[in-house]
Design a binder for this molecule. Structure first.
Ligand SMILES: [Zn+2]
Length: 83
């Protein structure tokens, strides 16, 4: 159907924007996409968009690749939903 590389390009295009649910589910499956809260006090990235840690987010929740969450946004894995 679709190959791996074009999808990686797609996810960087989606950065900072609301993500199509099916796309998000696919990236969750391959462990590439994580969720971060844009609020200043946020420090973690989340594997689960429904994570309790994100319910306290007062700003936008955005989807980013896991590598960006670590390198660009300096986030740590959430203790609740990341392994
Ligand atoms: Zn979490």
């Amino acid at each position: 159907m679709f190959s791996f590389a074009p999808l990686v390009e797609t996810v960087s295009e989606l950065e900072g924007k609301p993500v199509n649910k099916n796309v998000a589910q696919f990236y969750n499956k391959v462990n590439l996409l994580v969720y971060i809260c844009k609020g200043g006090a946020a420090y973690a990235y989340h594997m689960d968009k429904a994570c309790e840690g994100l319910t306290y987010c007062t700003r936008d929740i955005i989807a980013v690749t896991k590598s960006d969450a670590k390198a660009k946004f300096k986030r740590k894995p959430c203790k609740r939903c990341s392994k």
